[in-house]
Design a binder for this molecule. Structure first.
Ligand SMILES: [Zn+2]
Length: 199
């Protein structure tokens, strides 16, 4: 696939990962993961949360110790819910790349590529360290990495700074774009992973 097509499909699957992240009940950290087969069809999705047979209650999320002990990360949920081997598949995550613990399990499962947005600027030092380790592991194991800017750059007005109208226009355009992307992606999921039609 050429660069332009990678950009297009990466944007689509990252938008789907962002949608899936919104399904998490964790009020502080919502993460989404999408596993995509080499033919660009969706094999599985996952978001961070407690196991389905355990109470998924708000107060358990407010206690950091309890949360850390019970939570299943989005990537691992996506692996567990895949009904097939995922060797050579690509994993998309939102809003950032995997932690080191997920990374080793993704390597072991045979994931071939990972794609994620660059980490938010306000990421904690601990988070940055985990993600740095994860990248090292992916590189060591020969997993391809692509990372993306999370949003389109704002247009500049004649004064050099975006105006409120500029920002409104960007927000509206982004909303429309995501609605289209998510619509396409969900249509594929609804048909049990029918391959996307490549243009
Ligand atoms: Zn993780």
């Amino acid at each position: 696939m050429n660069e332009e097509r990678y950009l297009k499909w990466d944007a689509r699957f990252l938008a789907l990962a962002e949608l899936v992240a919104g399904w998490s009940k964790d009020p502080r950290r919502k993460v989404g993961a999408v596993i995509v087969r080499p033919d660009m069809s969706v094999a599985s999705v996952g978001f961070n949360g407690f196991p389905s047979r355990m109470l998924d209650r708000g107060e358990r999320y407010s206690n950091q110790e309890s949360k850390r002990s019970r939570i299943v990360h989005a990537e691992i949920n996506a692996l567990l819910f895949a009904r097939e081997r995922v060797v050579g598949c690509t994993l998309y995550t939102w809003p950032y790349g995997s932690c080191d613990r997920c990374a080793v399990q993704l390597v072991q499962a045979g994931i071939g590529h990972v794609v994620f947005p660059v980490a938010p600027h306000d990421e904690s030092p601990e988070g940055a360290l985990m993600r740095a380790k994860a990248r090292e592991y992916f590189l060591e194991a020969g997993v391809g990495i692509r990372w993306k800017e999370p949003a389109a750059p704002y247009p500049r007005s004649s004064e050099g700074e975006p105006t409120a109208a500029d920002l409104d226009a960007v927000a509206e355009e982004e909303k429309q774009r995501r609605a289209t992307i998510v619509g396409d992606s969900l249509a594929s999921l609804a048909f049990g992973g029918t391959p996307f039609k490549c243009e």
